[in-house]
Design a protein around this ligand. Structure first.
Ligand SMILES: O[C@H]1[C@H](O)[C@@H](O)[C@H](O)[C@@H](O)[C@H]1O
Ligand SMILES: [Fe+2]
Ligand SMILES: [Fe+2]
Length: 283
């Protein structure tokens, strides 16, 4: 018999555990990691307003905070543990290399894709320079319009967000026009948008597909939830398959057990950095 679920989203052979065990956001007060995750999103969903995002963008998008090469920034991720992630309990540097190596195995010819895998979460360096975890990590969603049903903890964690009472922001389209395109949508502030903007500011030669994956990889309510399609234009729909291809490696290579040998892999990825985003960058 044909199993339709396999047609919809085939389970990748490389997944480090059964796919249903990833992204488990059920609530369990006795589970240390589940409580860590729930509390982080509660704070995010309470405080992530249009005004907050405007203010953070105005500050971070000056790129006057520090200077570092991409490899230095990657190495900094060994000091960072993502508290929003139910599937990872080791420093984030491991996850970057796991993602990149997963991509490299199946797309050996696409250096740009592998590099996108390595750097996609490096925007979390925000936290090492003062940004709280709740506005650095976690899934993203548009601000300035109603929160869609597939946002995690949608029913229980937005009650105290001031935008819930706003006459425009609380409506389906909010401050947006139908099919305005995601590039014209203001996303919740976090590591995706920051990394995308850092790459552009520093004139990366990575292709559009890579930039798009990086910018929207945490937008699960869209790429996996199927929500917010009313804000998408043709470009977004054309890019969606790339975001989903990226997501396979981002999510299913996560494991705390089989950790990559960062030193041994560094020379290979340094070459890709030299090709696509060389030198000292402004952050
Ligand atoms: O907890 C994770 C983590 O913060 C990831 O980096 C982000 O991309 C995911 O969307 C989120 O669920
Ligand atoms: Fe991420
Ligand atoms: Fe990631």
């Amino acid at each position: 018999m044909l199993d339709v679920s396999e047609l919809l989203r085939p389970e990748p052979a490389f997944a480090t555990k059964p796919v249903v065990q990833f992204r488990d956001y059920t609530v369990d007060p006795n589970d240390r990691i589940k409580e860590r995750v729930r509390k982080l999103y509660h704070e995010m969903h309470t405080k992530m307003t249009v005004d907050f995002v405007k203010e953070r963008r105005a500050s971070w998008l000056k790129f006057d905070k520090f200077k570092a090469t991409m490899m230095d920034a990657i190495r900094k991720m060994s000091e960072f543990l993502d508290e929003s992630d139910p599937d990872v309990d080791v420093p984030n540097i491991m996850h970057g290399f796991q993602t990149a190596e997963g991509i490299r195995k199946e797309h050996p010819d696409k250096g740009w894709f592998q590099l996108a895998g390595l750097i996609h979460d490096v925007g979390k360096i925000l936290h090492l320079y003062g940004e709280p975890q709740w506005s650095t990590t976690g899934d993203t969603f548009p601000v300035g319009c109603d929160w869609a049903p597939s946002v995690v903890y949608r029913e229980t964690s937005f009650q105290d967000n001031p935008d819930a009472k706003h006459p425009v922001y609380s409506t389906k389209y909010g401050m947006y026009k139908p099919r305005c395109g995601l590039e014209n949508v203001t996303m919740s502030w976090g590591h995706d948008e920051y990394m995308y903007q850092v790459l552009r500011h520093n004139k990366t030669t990575l292709p559009d597909e890579a930039l798009y994956m990086i910018r929207f990889h945490s937008f699960y309510p869209w790429h996996s939830g199927g929500d917010y399609m009313h804000l998408c234009n043709d470009k977004d729909l054309k890019m969606l398959p790339w975001v989903l291809e990226f997501n396979k490696y981002d999510l299913y290579t996560k494991t705390d057990d089989d950790l990559p040998d960062v030193e041994a892999l560094t020379p290979y990825y340094q070459k890709l950095i030299d090709q696509y985003i060389p030198g000292v960058l402004e952050w």
